[in-house]
Design a protein around this ligand. Structure first.
Ligand SMILES: C[S@@+](CC[C@H](N)C(=O)[O-])C[C@H]1O[C@@H](n2cnc3c(N)ncnc32)[C@H](O)[C@@H]1O
Length: 265
């Protein structure tokens, strides 16, 4: 081969490499445009349908799109005086105590024979606990939420719109004012310190099957609204007439202790 042929081959190779670099850059530019468009369309679907897809975590700004942020923005605008309460409901301490309950409930993985009917007394904003509860019960038929605060109902309606649960969520006001006899598989109250004992409503629950009670209270007596604190999990069980204890425990949260009992009447 002549040296001029080698030189020509080198020049051709350089030209080919330059073209390849241009092509790669163009392809990357196009890919970025497609990704931007896709994100825009995804956001539009979420906005139009209100649906929240958990797999959106790999896309930028996921916090901004989460139902929690959307509900927070709604509260900031409509009920600013509730904004701090919403932040409290998703704070580390509150989440920790709900997680504790769900981790224990998960052990049984209830509801495999028939879909479960559940009640939550003093449900506050419902979420994030409802999300955790879904991991504990195979199939949920309905959840009755009780809260005397109408703004909590508004917030729950927003969460329902964004999370779109597959089961029914019914909202009631005072837990102690409902007077129909009913079958419920589980009664949850993580706010026992805020209200009379759940056992005062025992007569309204059929025992076919006996409902499982999952209760939390605390010894934080310094807050005016904490009208029914306890000093131990045994006291919580005894005040709520729980005879068959499936779990009892306590957690130290620094300036107060939280107690939990799970069991049946
Ligand atoms: C501040 S929140 C919950 C705090 C608790 N640490 C928790 O994480 O569940 C207590 C809720 O109980 C509600 N509540 C108090 N008495 C009630 C009653 N008799 N029936 C239904 N809800 C009640 C209040 O309106 C409030 O939203």
């Amino acid at each position: 081969m002549f040296i001029k042929d080698i030189k020509k081959a080198e020049v051709d190779l350089k030209l080919l490499n330059r073209d390849r670099r241009v092509n790669v850059a163009e392809t990357e530019k196009l890919q970025r445009m497609i990704d931007r468009k896709k994100r825009h369309l995804d956001q539009q679907v979420i906005d139009d349908t209100g649906s929240y897809e958990k797999n959106k975590v790999d896309i930028e700004n996921v916090i901004e799109w989460s139902p929690y942020m959307k509900v927070k923005r709604f509260l900031d605008e409509s009920f600013p005086e509730y904004s701090s309460s919403l932040l409290d409901s998703i704070s580390d301490g509150q989440y920790e105590s709900k997680k504790w309950m769900s981790e224990i409930l998960k052990y049984w993985k209830f509801g495999s024979k028939e879909p479960w009917k559940i009640e939550i007394a003093g449900s506050w904003f419902g979420w994030p606990f409802i999300e955790l509860l879904e991991e504990c019960v195979t199939k949920i038929e309905s959840i009755d939420l009780y809260d005397i605060d109408e703004v909590c109902h508004e917030v729950v309606r927003k969460y329902i719109y964004h999370f779109k649960p597959k089961y029914k969520i019914n909202q009631y006001h005072d837990f102690f004012e409902r007077g129909d006899e009913r079958i419920r598989h589980m009664i949850i109250c993580t706010s026992c310190e805020h209200m009379p004992d759940i056992a005062t409503m025992k007569e309204y629950y059929k025992d076919t099957p006996k409902p499982i009670l999952a209760l939390q209270s605390n010894d934080y007596v310094d807050l005016r609204e904490h009208e029914n604190c306890v000093e131990s999990y045994s006291e919580l069980a005894q005040k709520n007439e729980i005879e068959n204890v499936m779990y009892q425990g306590e957690r130290d949260f620094g300036f107060y202790k939280r107690f939990m009992v799970i069991g049946t009447w």
